[in-house]
Design a protein around this ligand. Structure first.
Ligand SMILES: Nc1ncnc2c1ncn2[C@@H]1O[C@H](COP(=O)(O)OP(=O)(O)O)[C@@H](O)[C@H]1O
Ligand SMILES: [Mg+2]
Length: 302
């Protein structure tokens, strides 16, 4: 079977994707699969470059990668691909839609306001949520243009900055607590990881995420009641957002209560990324994880 590892792409996370892709190619089981790297520089590259593969392992992030569009292209080309389908990918890419669905399903997530221009900013509503708030692009990723805003006067410039990256911006209640992530494979929750930005990093920002040693990531198990609650919430997220194969659910635990931040339908997959770390805690190697993702994807009826 000829596996194409699709990497690069046109989003702000291109560099992250190239790193993931390289590593996926390196560690893929080459005794079983013929593995070819496919670097995408512009959207329609995929049609030409991916036409001779039997399976697409998508190592893209952000727009035209994680948002369901490339998944739909593979559907059209009749090529099986890794991860969630177009609908779940699209919904999870849009933080506003994700949170609306979570709310409707009774899954706890912070209050928020979504704006398309600075004129849309509802300061009374922000006042009700209370400062600080987090301003971020609605379909962002890797914490790009994400800022914690402590006072009214700074809202407008933060929204303007985020609008450079997206047509819609989210202003969200700041949840002060411990950040965790639940990696889910084929509808099952893998061990929970706690993420602590190291001193000097205000939150889990771009540098903290990708700089070596920018954060401490450890496998955690909370007391039974909370741990069950977290896992149940992750599973409910998976269900209501119609996920498949694998997904990472990010949460913040505040005063013993979990809040869902977002779902990542194409979680980072370098060897040291959170997902491979979580899999390793159940004795699944990086290479085995890549194979499991491939096999579960091939079993999907799209
Ligand atoms: N409402 C919030 N409260 C506290 N921290 C937040 C909040 N929103 C985002 N953050 C911080 O910013 C990071 C990135 O935000 P996130 O919503 O996960 O967007 P993305 O990862 O797509 O850029 C989170 O990992 C978290 O550290
Ligand atoms: Mg995130």
């Amino acid at each position: 079977m000829r596996v194409g590892v699709i990497m690069g792409g046109i989003s702000s996370e291109r560099e992250v994707s190239l790193n993931s892709g390289k590593e996926i190619v390196k560690y893929f089981n080459k005794e079983k699969y013929e593995v070819v790297p496919i670097v995408i520089d512009k959207k329609d590259d995929v049609i030409e470059k991916a036409k001779d593969i039997d399976f697409a392992f998508i190592a893209l992030h952000g727009k035209f990668g994680e948002d369901g569009t490339i998944q739909a292209v593979f559907e059209t080309m009749d090529i099986p691909y890794s991860g969630c389908g177009p609908l779940a990918s699209g919904m999870c890419m849009d933080k506003d839609i994700t949170k609306k669905i979570l709310r409707s399903a009774g899954i706890n997530t912070a209050d928020w306001l979504s704006v398309k221009s600075v004129e849309d900013i509802d300061y009374d509503y922000i006042e009700k949520m209370g400062y600080p708030v987090v301003v971020k692009p609605n379909c962002g990723g890797s914490s790009v243009a994400t800022n914690i805003i402590k006072k009214k006067e700074d809202i407008e410039s933060a929204v303007t900055l985020a609008l450079d990256y997206d047509t819609e911006v989210m202003i969200e209640e700041y949840v002060k607590g411990d950040e965790i992530t639940c990696c889910m494979l084929n509808g099952k929750v893998l061990p929970t990881i706690a993420i602590k930005p190291k001193e000097g990093f205000e939150f889990f920002d771009y540098t903290a995420k990708y700089a070596d040693g920018g954060s401490d990531e450890i496998i955690v198990k909370f007391e039974e009641g909370l741990q069950n609650k977290i896992e149940e919430m992750a599973l409910n997220c998976w269900k209501v957002l119609k996920c498949s194969v694998y997904v990472r659910v990010d949460m913040i635990i505040k005063d013993g209560v979990p809040y869902v931040l977002e779902l990542n339908t194409l979680p980072g997959m370098t060897k040291n990324s959170l997902f491979p770390k979580s899999a390793k805690a159940v004795d699944m190697s990086y290479t085995e994880l890549l194979e499991a993702v491939t096999n579960y994807s091939l079993l999907e009826v799209r």
